[in-house]
Design a protein. Structure first.
Length: 402
């Protein structure tokens, strides 16, 4: 759409500049994905029922889940396809398809969505299997994350203006809604950003990795993307839980991406100015809108589940976004719910293997532990949402307290 508008503008047609603003495109992207999910939802869910794509309930390790979730049996899964289609549609309508960040986010959505889709398909086709083995799934995630890391760390893949001072043109000023004309601002090259470590509540980059230590930057990128994808996947276990938490995290990071793309605001908040991070803001706005629209049908009692198709892809998108915005460590705070869910599984497995089959939690991930303690599902979800909202506020506050 942006390319089309620019083409029409080059032909002499009068195009309102408001459509070029990042804030406008953020709102339009959110509305597009939200309305797509709401209006396409009924037909999509009906089609899933016809195809008998029903959810299976895990009972081997936690038998009580079979009783607690017996009414969820055969509820359609793979609803994440609806969210991903709405995201990709918003991407083609409102984002600049020429920008590397747009391409990276599109590839992330397609790859992780495909990986999750294979996992869901195998589970549905072979009812007694758990889909893709953990090793194969992890191998695919690490492979793609490694490609992202290589692209960001190797300057040859993104020839830029090195460290020279960049002149912000009139078109860029219009696109970022800045009023100050002739503003000069040094843009940090992408590969230099990739080797810098930013810690929440601390001003500027705390660590600059160089030489052999660049390997640590590579490992950090791979860990964040892979970990985020798996963490969201583990959280997706109760009606509306993952979708609601994802909305809060994506809105928080969309705002961070927006200010990172604004020269004056980035300078004022002591965060790196990242040219083109507005494209990330648009996609995360579409992300939030898509999850909100999906929540219309995924809220208790759920009519559809997102499945691994959605959870792996949405988690991967968050991880890539955090890497592009240099907010990897902040993601651990804002996405604290996902971190807690993942840690509960790791601790449970470690305790079972190292303490003669003794468990720390009644059931893992963490949300099932509270179900076992007698909390109604709706209470667990609501309280996790409240904690997630608090963490998102802390994440936004970190921009001021540094």
């Amino acid at each position: 759409m942006i390319i089309l508008l620019e083409y029409l503008q080059s032909l002499g047609m009068k195009i309102p500049m408001v459509f070029m603003y990042y804030s406008t495109r953020m709102m339009l992207a959110a509305l597009t994905s939200l309305l797509m999910c709401i209006f396409l939802g009924p037909r999509f869910i009906k089609k899933l029922y016809e195809m008998k794509i029903g959810q299976t309930i895990r009972t081997e390790e936690c038998p009580l889940l079979g009783k607690l979730h017996h009414n969820k049996k055969d509820t359609p899964t793979m609803g994440g396809i609806l969210i991903l289609v709405s995201l990709v549609t918003s991407l083609f309508l409102w984002m600049d398809l020429r920008h590397p960040f747009t391409i990276l986010l599109l590839l992330t959505t397609l790859f992780f969505g495909f990986l999750g889709g294979i996992d869901d398909y195998l589970k549905l086709r072979h009812k007694n299997t758990k889909g893709l083995s953990g090793k194969k799934k992890l191998l695919g995630q690490v492979f793609f994350s490694s490609l992202i890391a290589l692209y960001l760390l190797v300057p040859a893949f993104h020839p830029a203006s090195s460290a020279e001072t960049q002149v912000i043109t009139a078109e860029q000023i219009a696109g970022t809604e800045q009023i100050v004309a002739g503003k000069h601002r040094e843009e940090i090259p992408l590969h230099q950003l990739a080797v810098s470590v930013y810690i929440p509540f601390f001003k500027g980059a705390v660590i600059h990795l160089s030489g052999p230590f660049i390997v640590l930057a590579f490992l950090l990128i791979v860990f964040v993307i892979t970990g985020s994808s798996n963490a969201v996947n583990l959280t997706d276990g109760l009606d509306g839980l993952a979708a609601g938490c994802l909305i809060m995290v994506s809105v928080c990071f969309a705002l961070i991406a927006f200010v990172s793309n604004h020269v004056d605001l980035a300078h004022y908040l002591n965060i790196p100015y990242i040219e083109g991070s507005g494209e990330v803001a648009i996609y995360l706005s579409a992300f939030a809108g898509g999850c909100l629209g999906f929540l219309w049908y995924n809220g208790y009692p759920a009519q559809v589940f997102m499945g691994d198709t959605g959870s792996l892809a949405l988690g991967g998108i968050l991880g890539v976004s955090a890497v592009l915005l240099k907010k990897e460590l902040l993601l651990a705070i804002v996405g604290g719910i996902f971190v807690a869910e993942t840690l509960s599984v790791i601790l449970q497995v470690a305790s079972y293997k190292l303490r003669n089959k003794k468990r720390i939690f009644l059931c893992s991930p963490l949300h099932h532990h509270f179900e076992y303690k007698g909390w109604p599902e709706t209470k667990v979800v609501l309280r996790f949402w409240i904690v997630g909202f608090l963490l998102a506020l802390i994440g936004l506050a970190s921009l001021k307290f540094q």
